[in-house]
Design a protein around this ligand. Structure first.
Ligand code: C2E
Ligand code: SIN
Ligand code: SIN
Ligand code: FE
Ligand code: FE
Length: 485
């Protein structure tokens, strides 16, 4: 069986000639097509196809194609090889439909005998189609959704509708505690299983997980102890139980439990479908876990990065005898202006990091220079002016900080091209660095330094205004002076 469409997203789903005809018939209102057809391998198959109706979750993939919920966008097609005997019957039946009297009498016996078999196999095909479409629904839920709970809901609904059972539940194996924990269920009258936590090997589900095979209890009445896990359980009146271990890459990740209130004798196809749904549930869990682990390790890493950067910048403030929070202050102010100017949110992270680390390079400047109470000699200046390059050398080796280098490397460049280290001019200077330069001088002059006392606010602003177009980008000075400082 397979899924096909005249307009497939996946080229694998391209229809063959028989399917094309059937798909066109759906467009003209037919709801089921079946016939015998010789397929590419030269063999005859009983083929049956029903429309593939677009459901809400399909829109994630298929909305771009213009489909809406309820639209037929293809078909679910099943092909079953014809046994030679069925083939004969089929031909006779065709003859009968054409109403040739003699043939009708001659063929009658054969049709009654073989026809029953055919009816049965058509029913089987129909069932197979329903199962296929239900598997497709689950696949779609898995591929279009990272929310495990939502996927499990779809799976459990399909367990109930396709396996015709009363209730089902999913337990997940907590890898840390090695216990099975309840996550979702359908069809229960009570909260019987809601608080389940089972050790491996404990109870029916625990056994399925430990032994990695389906646990079957045809008559729970005979095993009253199997569900000691809840006092409410007897009220549910369950009769038959199946516990399917969910296994992914050889490891158990959970158990799918199926309950029926009447006795249920499982046919091979039924069990087969149960196993298939179990496989899909395992895949869903695997996907969701991978995604969640990735997400949380990403968050943890990012947090670790930010904490590290903040730690470094605090250490630098300490060494430079800056007032507590100087670096934090200039970063906040820089971000404020960057937002006003309209720099994209994604860039702001790099700008923030760059601002926090702007004087990282001063780590390479000896105390005798950095902390000198008076003005610097020419020699000392040469060394002091190396600090942006030191920052570049330190930070560009750290990949995630490379996009944050503009400020540490370029914050002493000047608009008129007289700055250092590269004497960049005008818009050659990265925008973030042009913004930061204004803030840096403003904050430096507003603070006490080993080499001079803080300037009064008015004097600082006047000074900055006077440097628009020489030291600073005049546009940025304009924005800066309008800010509420
Ligand atoms: P900083 O103290 O963080 O100053 C950053 C920038 O603010 C300076 O970059 C300069 O553009 C401006 N600025 C700071 N203080 C003054 C000031 O008193 N007058 C004027 N007109 N501008 C000022 P610059 O000049 O490239 O200096 C870079 C770094 O070199 C300074 O960072 C500071 O650590 C050090 N430095 C600069 N001048 C002296 C000094 O006279 N003595 C000592 N010990 N260090 C100095
Ligand atoms: C396809 O898009 O690949 C065809 C089947 C479908 O619509 O899901
Ligand atoms: C697919 O194209 O088969 C995945 C999504 C869907 O069927 O709706
Ligand atoms: Fe699809
Ligand atoms: Fe600096």
């Amino acid at each position: 069986g397979n899924i096909t469409s005249l307009n497939p997203i996946n080229p694998i789903n391209k229809p063959d000639p028989w399917e094309i005809k059937a798909l066109k018939a759906f467009e003209n209102g037919k709801t089921e097509i079946s016939s015998v057809n010789k397929m590419e391998n030269g063999k005859e198959y009983m083929r049956l196809m029903r429309p593939l109706i677009t459901e809400k979750q399909c829109l994630k993939c298929h909305a771009v194609q213009g489909y809406k919920v309820g639209d037929i966008r293809g078909g679910i097609s099943v092909s079953i090889p014809m046994e030679p005997r069925l083939l004969i019957v089929r031909k006779q039946k065709t003859a009968v439909t054409f109403g040739h009297g003699i043939l009708w009498f001659l063929g009658l016996g054969a049709i009654i005998l073989g026809g029953r078999k055919q009816v049965q196999s058509e029913e089987q095909i129909k069932k197979q189609i329903e199962q296929l479409s239900s598997l497709h629904t689950i696949d779609t839920a898995i591929t279009s959704n990272f929310n495990l709970q939502a996927i499990l809901n779809v799976i459990l609904e399909n367990v109930i509708s396709q396996l015709h059972v009363d209730a089902a539940a999913v337990l997940l194996l907590n890898q840390d505690t090695q216990t099975l924990e309840y996550v979702d269920s359908i069809g229960f009258r009570s909260d019987a299983l809601k608080y389940t936590t089972l050790k491996l090997g404990e109870s029916n589900a625990g056994r399925a997980a430990k032994e990695q095979r389906i646990t079957t209890i045809p008559n729970l009445g005979e095993y009253p102890d199997g569900f000691a896990r809840s006092e409410l359980f007897p009220q549910e009146n369950f009769m038959t139980y199946f516990g399917v271990p969910l296994i992914s890459k050889g490891k158990v990740t959970g158990v799918l439990e199926v309950f029926n209130r009447a006795l249920l004798s499982a046919k091979p196809e039924w069990l087969n479908f149960l196993e298939t749904i179990g496989d899909q549930t395992a895949i869903a869990i695997d996907n969701a876990t991978l995604f969640n682990n990735l997400k949380s390790s990403n968050t943890e890493l990012t947090l670790a990065y930010e904490t590290t950067i903040e730690g470094w910048s605090r250490a630098m403030d300490l060494r430079d005898k800056e007032t507590e929070g100087h670096t934090q202050r200039v970063s906040k102010m820089t971000l404020k202006i960057a937002r006003v100017i309209g720099i994209k949110e994604k860039e702001l992270t790099h700008i923030r990091r760059g601002a926090l680390l702007h004087d990282m390079g001063k780590m390479g400047i000896p105390d005798s220079i950095l902390l000198k109470p008076g003005s610097l000699t020419e020699e000392e200046w040469k060394i002091m002016k190396l600090h942006p390059e030191y920052a570049y050398n330190m930070l560009h080796q750290i990949e995630y900080l490379r996009p944050a280098l503009d400020i540490p490397y370029c914050h002493h460049e000047k608009w008129d091209g007289t700055g250092y280290p590269r004497r960049l001019k005008g818009e050659q200077i990265p925008l973030a660095a042009r913004i930061f330069a204004v803030i840096d001088v403003w904050d430096a002059l507003s603070s006490d330094r080993p080499y001079r006392a803080a300037w009064p606010k008015e004097k600082v602003l006047k000074h900055i205004h006077s440097l628009a177009g020489s030291h600073f980008d005049p546009e940025i000075v304009k924005v800066f002076l309008k800010m509420d400082l």
